[in-house]
Design a protein around this ligand. Sequence first.
Ligand SMILES: N[C@@H](CCC(=O)N[C@@H](CS)C(=O)NCC(=O)O)C(=O)O
Length: 206
Amino acid sequence: MIDCYTWMTDNGYKPRMMLEETGLAHRIVPVNLRERAQMSPEFMKISPGHKIPAIVDDDGPGGTRVTLCESGAILKYLGEKAGKFYPSDPAARAKVDQWLFYGSATFTTLSQQFGHWTIRSPVKAPAAQQHYEANLCDMLGILDRHLAQSEYFGGDYSIADMTMYSDVHLHGVKDIGLTDYPNLKRWHDAIEARPAVQRAWGPFPA
Ligand SMILES: N[C@@H](CCC(=O)N[C@@H](CS)C(=O)NCC(=O)O)C(=O)O
C-alpha cells in the first residue's frame, strides 16, 4: 500500500494522476497547507523540505519501506514500480526524463511564480507580474511547438505529460487561455478527458 501525502496544488495532483492511471493500491493522506501541516515533525521526516507531494510505500524494492518526496522522483519511482507510463527503452526514457525535468524543475516552478505575483500576492508588483506572465507565455509557446510534432511530450502518454498538465490546466487554460497555443490545447483536452485524470482532480476520497 502506498500512502500519498498531498494537497490541492499543481504538484499535489501529479502523483494522484499517476496512481489513478496505474491502479496501484494507495491511500490519500491530505496535508493541509493552509494550516501549515507540512511543518509537522512527523511529515518532515518524509519530506525534509516541508513540501508535498510525498509518498510512503510499505512494499518497496525487496520489501523495503520507501519514503520519497519531489514529484519528479515520485513519478519515476511509480513508473518503474508499475512498469507503465515510463518507457524501458533507454532512448525513449531519456526523452521522457528531459520533459519530466523541464516540467518539474522549470515549468512548474516558474508557473508558481506567475501564480504568486499575478493572483495570490496581496502586494501588487507590476514588474514581477509582467516578467512572470511573459515567462509563462514563452514556456507555453515552447510546449506548443513541441506538441506540433509529437502527440505527447515523450511520444506516448507518460509521466512527462503528468508533470506538465497541472500548470497548463491551472494557469494556461484558466489564466492565459490557450487560443494562441492550439497544439497545447489539443494535448490538454485529451488528457483532461481521461477518466483517471478526472478522478485524480476530484475531491479527496472520504
Ligand atoms: N520541487 C517540488 C516542489 C513541491 C512544492 O512546491 N510543493 C508546495 C505545494 S505545490 C508545498 O508543499 N509548499 C509548502 C511549503 O513549501 O511549505 C516538487 O516537484 O515536488
